[in-house]
Write a protein that binds this ligand. Structure first.
Ligand code: AVI
Length: 310
């Protein structure tokens, strides 16, 4: 992603109330590595819970959908998807898999790896972000679009609405959408998942300041001036990750000709992570013509996978 895109996000976000930035800027190389570490933390249950569901339900998901073409948005290294790809290609069944991601390097590596692991799978990687879907692989009625990991929770309500409209538009009748979503639970567990004892999530959050410093011309923006925190907002049903100023910040964004001041004690919102009640999520999907056709949680009912039919 480019300097111009970040400058647009800075212009849109830093001078609003509260100041905020979209979470996509977390994921430079170091941020992606830190995120991988987060997924293995004892406090961060979503990745393990989703894996548990996929392990138990993948054959059923493939049977219900009859999928022969699978697209995955935000595929990354496709680590979470392999168990589904096992079911998709079981017994030498032929299928097409399109991992979609914003990083072409990761995609090319993943594609090469998958081709050698799954000889009956045609792998067609494509660069795509969450707002622009390429034409989906497979025949209408036999296509499955995956959006795993709970990333749907990182959208604002308006973004989620736009996203689901785009998904619904991309699917033909009989195609399916499989979405992973984190569920409302005890706030203590939720805040711990986003503020772990080892401080990995804090490093992930603070890495954003380094990304900004490296991507756009700015003076006076220092990571030591911020502290990470995670706050549960009951009304909005989301966790907010914040970088709170531990001293006055006065940053000069020379590229966009603007000065950003944040007083000690004020904060920058860096991410929201929405936690769902299943009825609400299903109602939202239905609004977009996506009828829930299957739904599963892990044993502890921490995380959900919903299969919706277009
Ligand atoms: C990518 N996304 C689903 C993660 C989440 O749980 O909202 C991002 C994350 N941020 C901090 N920890 C994990």
């Amino acid at each position: 992603m480019t300097r111009a895109q970040l400058e647009t996000d800075l212009r849109d976000g830093l001078w609003s109330s509260p100041p905020s930035l979209p979470p996509r800027w977390f994921y430079d190389e170091r941020g992606s590595r830190l995120f991988d570490q987060i997924t293995a933390l004892p406090e961060y249950y979503p990745t393990r819970a989703e894996h548990e569901i996929l392990q138990a339900r993948s054959p059923e998901i493939i049977a219900i959908t009859g999928a022969r073409g699978v697209d995955e948005l935000g595929a990354g290294t496709s680590a979470k998807t392999r168990v589904l790809l096992d079911a998709l290609t079981a017994g030498g069944r032929r299928a097409v898999y399109a991992p979609l991601d914003i990083s072409s390097e990761v995609l090319l590596e993943t594609a090469a790896q998958l081709r050698s692991e799954y000889p009956t799978l045609t792998v067609e990687p494509a660069v795509a972000d969450f707002l622009h879907l390429p034409p989906l692989v497979g025949e209408p009625g036999e296509r499955l679009l995956l959006f795993l990991g709970g990333t749907i929770g990182n959208f604002t309500d308006a973004e989620r609405d736009d996203f689901l409209a785009m998904v619904s538009q991309a699917l033909a009748p009989g195609d399916h959408f499989l979405v992973g979503a984190d569920l409302v639970k005890d706030p203590t567990r939720l805040t711990a998942a986003y503020d772990d004892a080892a401080g990995v999530t804090a490093q992930f959050d603070l890495n954003l300041i380094d990304v900004i410093n490296r991507t756009v011309p700015v003076t006076g923006l220092h990571r030591e001036d911020f502290a990470h925190e995670a706050v549960w907002d009951e009304r909005a049903s989301h966790i907010e990750m914040r970088l709170r100023a531990v001293r006055d910040v006065d940053a000069d964004f020379t590229g966009i000709g603007r000065r950003w001041r944040l007083a000690k004690g004020e904060y920058l919102r860096t991410e929201i992570s929405r936690k769902f009640r299943l009825e609400e999520l299903h109602a939202e999907l239905a609004t977009h013509g996506l009828a829930p056709d299957g739904g599963w949680t892990d044993e502890a009912e921490d995380f959900s996978l919903t299969l919706a039919r277009a």
